[in-house]
Design a protein around this ligand. Structure first.
Ligand code: VGL
Ligand code: ZN
Length: 181
């Protein structure tokens, strides 16, 4: 079984949002095409979301590095790609005192994928050097074959994004293009 993991495609990470990824919205059509392709294959569609309480430790007001973003049940936390009915939504970093960039951290994502006999995960979304990277490294640690869809991820800083992709490749992830799928 294969899974498409869509990382943090939420309003606050898009241009105009609280913590924008430059051109984050440009990958929406590509991801929506991927969703259609994976749906046809009968693959599992997973979407992670940053799901912070209003007093989350990662916010500047609490001494963290980030502006307030993706607060639970607000517009900023809404997922901006059209998901199928049966998509699995994984909420992460939902406790005030714990940061979690990876979709596997503090969630049951690994259990869900193992239960469905998933072997290969295809990862897209934002931000490449934060949540995409952390999710992909954890997927490798859990023993999945990991594919990063290069034209369906976006980073906050291009040089950090390139560095992250290199690190992922060194750790065994394969960097592919959506056209190959
Ligand atoms: C993210 C910074 C803070 C991400 C989440 O989704 O990459 N980055 N929270
Ligand atoms: Zn966050």
């Amino acid at each position: 079984m294969e899974a498409l993991i869509i990382v943090d495609m939420q309003r606050d990470f898009m241009p105009g949002g609280a913590l924008p990824v430059p051109d984050g919205d440009k990958i929406i059509p590509t991801i929506e095409e991927l969703i259609e392709k994976f749906k046809k294959k009968g693959a599992l569609i997973v979407a992670t979301r940053d799901w912070h309480p209003p007093n989350h430790i990662s916010f500047k007001e609490q001494g963290g590095p980030w502006p307030k973003h993706c607060v639970q049940n607000t517009e900023g936390a809404e997922i901006v790609v059209k998901l199928p009915q049966n998509a699995i939504i994984i909420s992460k970093a939902d406790k005030p005192d714990k940061e979690a960039y990876s979709g596997f951290e503090g969630t049951n994502l690994a259990g869900i994928l193992k239960e469905k006999d998933v072997k290969k995960v295809y990862i897209c979304g934002v931000a490449t050097e934060y949540c995409v990277k952390a999710t992909a490294l954890d997927a490798l640690k859990h023993g999945f074959d990991v594919y990063i869809i290069r034209d369906a991820v976006k980073g906050i800083k291009p040089e950090d994004e390139e560095k992250a992709l290199k690190e992922l490749e060194e750790n065994g992830a394969k960097i592919i293009s959506s056209a190959e799928l």
